[in-house]
Structures are given as structure tokens and as C-alpha cells.
Design a protein around this ligand. Structure first.
Ligand code: AP5
Ligand code: MG
Length: 206
């Protein structure tokens, strides 16, 4: 099964991806994580991506599509994968349809008013786990692997505002795109905890 995780910044794509990966053994492919690894490694892709990510804008399609196409050519994805953060506009969705088969688009619907606090309060670990300060009880290390937690460079109010705007203009139209293909399933997250959202996700995936 190949799925897309769709949702605004802070909707919980990464949080659900780690649970889905464990239960369903789908390979988690996050374009945001790939860009951040490239920035950390000082690669040419990282140098291009950084200015766009810092501004809350999309990294150019030709760079992003090539990265995903390459990743999906790797044999480890044969048992199924989930794309987190790709596609992010109609052009990328049309490109993806040319080189991959999508079975389901899982749309995490969250009230926009919750997102700023969620993202600005997020602390992440290099192992991929993410937390919120409100539930860390002062802890500064990862409960899973013990490494020091940190805040993403783009998790500040100004950049988050731009990311939310980019989502509304460029990414939200994908909801219609996948609905028309008959592949859309929406999880209305409301005030559900991550585990409650995951239970709703499992009902769909099972
Ligand atoms: P990316 O890394 O994909 O960031 P994003 O889409 O902005 O999404 P986030 O990772 O911020 O949120 P999330 O939905 O994963 O939420 P999380 O689970 O962490 O992209 C970053 C940048 O890279 C983009 O801005 C762009 O520049 C570039 N980029 C990436 N892909 C691209 C593409 N395809 N094309 C062009 N450019 C691209 O949760 C957030 C917080 O909420 C956490 O603190 C978590 O603990 C908490 N939380 C989660 N679920 C719940 C819940 N149910 N209740 C309460 N709190 C919750
Ligand atoms: Mg994420």
C-alpha cells in the first residue's frame, strides 16, 4: 500500500507517520526531513532548500520531484511507503502520478487556530521523534533514544505564518485533486490526542 499524508504544517503528519511505520511497516518518506538532512550536511541541495524553508516557501518543484523520484526508485519501498509532505502542489501531484501509484491520500484535518501553538511549542529529536513542550514536563531529551531535543529553525511565528499561507494557497487544493480520484480519506482531528487520531487512522488503513 502506498499512501500520502496530507495536512497543514503542524497537523500531525510526522506524529502519525511514526505510529503508522511501526504498525504497518510502511517506509516513511518525508521531503522536509530529506531537506533538513541536506542542510545539515551542507550539500548543494541543502544550500538551495535553506532559503526557501527559512522563508516558509516551497522548494522549487524540479528539485523536490527529482528527490522523490530517486527515493522511490530504491528497492526498500517495494512493500509500501507513505509520503509525508509530498506532493505539496498540483504540479507535484501530477508528476507523482507519472512515476508512482498512489492508493490512498490520508488528509489530517485540524483547526487552523491550533497550529501556531503546536508548531512553536514543538521540540524534535534527530531520531525523528517530536514532542510538545506542554507534555515534556521540563524534559530536554528524547524519551525514545535519550538524545538532546531541539527546535526546528523554521518553527518560529514569522515563518510559521508564511508556511500556513503557502499551505492554503498551494497545498489545500490537493484535497479536491485526490477526492476526484476517489482516493481521499479525511480524519477530522478536532481535539483528539495523537493516539486517538491514530485509532481513526487505523480504522481507515485496516
Ligand atoms: P515539513 O517538514 O514537511 O513541514 P510541515 O509540512 O510544515 O509540517 P510539520 O513537520 O511542521 O508538521 P507535521 O504535520 O509533521 O506535525 P507534527 O507531527 O510534527 O516541511 C518543511 C519545509 O520543507 C516546507 O515549509 C518547505 O519549505 C519544504 N518542503 C517540504 N516538502 C516540500 C515539497 N514537497 N515541495 C516543496 N517544498 C517542500 O506535529 C506538530 C506538533 O503538534 C508536535 O509538537 C506534536 O507533538 C503536536 N501534535 C501532533 N499531533 C497532535 C495532536 N493530535 N494533539 C495535540 N498535539 C499534537
Ligand atoms: Mg513533519
Amino acid at each position: 500500500m502506498n499512501i500520502i499524508l496530507l495536512g497543514a504544517p503542524g497537523a500531525g503528519k510526522g506524529t502519525q507517520a511514526s505510529r503508522i511505520e511501526q504498525k504497518y511497516s510502511l517506509v516513511h518518506i518525508s521531503t522536509g526531513d530529506i531537506f533538513r538532512a541536506n542542510i545539515k550536511g551542507g550539500t548543494p541541495i541543502g544550500k538551495v532548500a535553506k532559503s526557501y524553508i527559512d522563508a516558509g516557501k516551497l522548494v522549487p518543484d524540479e528539485v523536490t520531484c527529482e528527490i522523490v523520484k530517486d527515493r522511490l526508485a530504491s528497492p526498500d519501498i517495494k512493500g509500501g511507503y507513505m509520503l509525508d509532505g509530498f506532493p505539496r502542489n498540483l504540479f507535484q501531484a501530477a508528476e507523482l502520478d507519472k512515476f508512482a501509484k498512489v492508493d490512498l491520500c490520508l488528509n489530517l484535518e485540524v483547526d487552523t487556530s491550533l497550529l501556531m501553538d503546536r508548531i512553536c511549542g514543538r521540540r524534535v529529536c534527530s531520531c525523528g521523534e517530536s514532542y510538545h513542550v506542554s507534555t515534556l514536563n521540563g524534559a530536554t531529551t528524547c524519551a525514545k533514544c535519550g538524545k538532546e531535543l531541539y527546535q526546528r529553525a523554521d518553527d518560529n511565528p514569522e515563518t510559521v505564518g508564511a508556511r500556513l499561507e503557502t499551505y492554503e494557497k498551494q497545498t489545500a487544493p490537493l484535497i479536491d485533486y485526490y477526492a476526484k480520484q476517489g482516493k481521499l480519506k479525511t480524519v477530522v482531528c478536532g481535539n483528539k490526542t495523537p493516539d486517538e487520531v491514530f485509532a481513526a487512522v487505523c480504522e481507515i488503513l485496516d
